[in-house]
Ligand binder design. Structure first.
Ligand code: GLY
Length: 357
């Protein structure tokens, strides 16, 4: 469990300080920058800095934590700092943070002077198992998530298990949602193992296995022409619920919580349209509700949610496409879902009986 090879770069799991030092030395960079936010600069940078050979020989670019920073304004701020610090094409950007930092930093670096090298040191479970692998980067605009961005692979990814101790449980569970998704779409044995795991003490091996599942998919289809779409299971509806919640709830859902709600709706559609058995559907829904509880989805929001789905960047030819499950561990891409079916799945979710423990 040391290193996984991805499309064109390594994902390191152990001795990350030594690997990072080796990487910086070999790259012969003129200048390096660390992109952080107010949390990672405090809790994670010291852990990285203590192992760096060049302890003080870098500039820090700090942004505010939170999804609001994944905007063109913050991207302009990063470009400006790179210009002000005199970053040339031989500079390196180290993205130290969660998905906002890796997505925004990856986008800023891939466009600055037509692209400079960047690496990710993901600090949340969600970014370790999802955002940091596969080369997707981007920003949100006009309330649409990730609508502007590129596929540009990092030069390396470094996974530090110790960072998880700095996270609140709700953030760990947000990442766990993507791990559960990886089991559901591609590996029934992994799902079986994971559904009995303890989110407060997640084994490093389970994280490695989750990244290995995603990695296999993105190697087979780096730019999401086919197979990679299976990673979108739960996300067509989940992203709509997430956008809605961000704009309307005082305490918005995390990405993982929204994806879980989306996975439950899309599990229902999988049963209706993709051959998923009733027993499997019930097992999935009971497991997810048991871990995450239920979001109080109101019928009055269904039209608005459906409108958000209509603007999803994954739609093709005016059709809303979902990736659905045909079994636990098996999935099917390109299932066209009508507005009526999507709304029916939201109704199904809203009608689920769930007693909060
Ligand atoms: N987050 C899904 C993907 O990377 O394709």
């Amino acid at each position: 469990m040391n290193t996984l090879q991805s499309i064109s770069y390594p994902i390191h799991f152990n001795n990350i300080a030594a690997e990072l030092n080796k990487f910086i030395k070999q790259g012969n960079y003129s200048h390096f920058f660390i992109l952080t936010d107010e949390h990672t600069v405090k809790h994670c940078l010291p852990l990285i800095q203590e192992g760096l050979d060049q302890k003080d020989n870098f500039d820090i670019i700090e942004i505010n934590a939170g999804e609001e920073s994944k905007s063109i304004d913050f991207c302009v701020g990063i470009w400006k700092m790179l210009i002000d610090f005199g970053a040339d094409r031989n500079s390196l950007l180290i993205n130290l943070g969660g998905g906002v930092i890796t997505d925004l930093g990856g986008f800023a670096a891939s466009t600055y002077k037509r692209g400079i090298d960047f690496v990710h040191i993901p600090t949340t479970l969600l970014s370790q198992v999802d955002a940091s692998v596969g080369g997707k980067n981007g920003i949100d605009i006009f309330n649409l998530k990730n609508i502007i961005g590129t596929f540009t692979q990092p030069k390396a990814v470094f996974i530090e298990h110790r960072f998880l101790q700095t996270l609140p449980e709700r953030q760990v569970k947000s990442g766990l949602a993507e791990m559960l998704k990886h089991g559901l779409i591609a590996d029934a044995a992994y799902w079986e193992k994971l559904k009995h795991s303890n989110p407060e003490n997640l084994d490093a091996e389970l994280i490695y296995d989750s990244i290995a599942i995603k990695n296999k998919v993105v190697i087979a289809d780096p730019t999401e022409r086919g197979l990679r779409k299976i990673l979108n299971f739960g996300h067509t509806i989940g992203h709509a619920i997430e956008s809605y919640s961000l704009n309307n709830d005082e305490n918005p859902l995390t990405h993982g919580e929204a994806v879980v709600a989306g996975m439950i709706c899309e599990t229902y559609l999988s049963h209706k349209k993709a051959g998923l058995s009733l027993t499997a559907m019930e097992e999935i829904i009971n497991t997810l509700l048991g871990i995450y509880g239920k979001y109080p989805l109101k019928e009055s929001t269904f039209t608005q949610l459906n409108d958000i789905m209509r603007k999803d960047k994954k739609n093709l030819g005016g059709n809303i496409n979902c990736s659905l499950l045909s079994n636990i561990g098996e999935s099917k891409i390109d299932n066209i879902c009508t507005d009526a079916e999507l709304v029916e799945s939201l109704k199904f979710y809203a009608s689920l009986e769930y007693a909060q423990a």
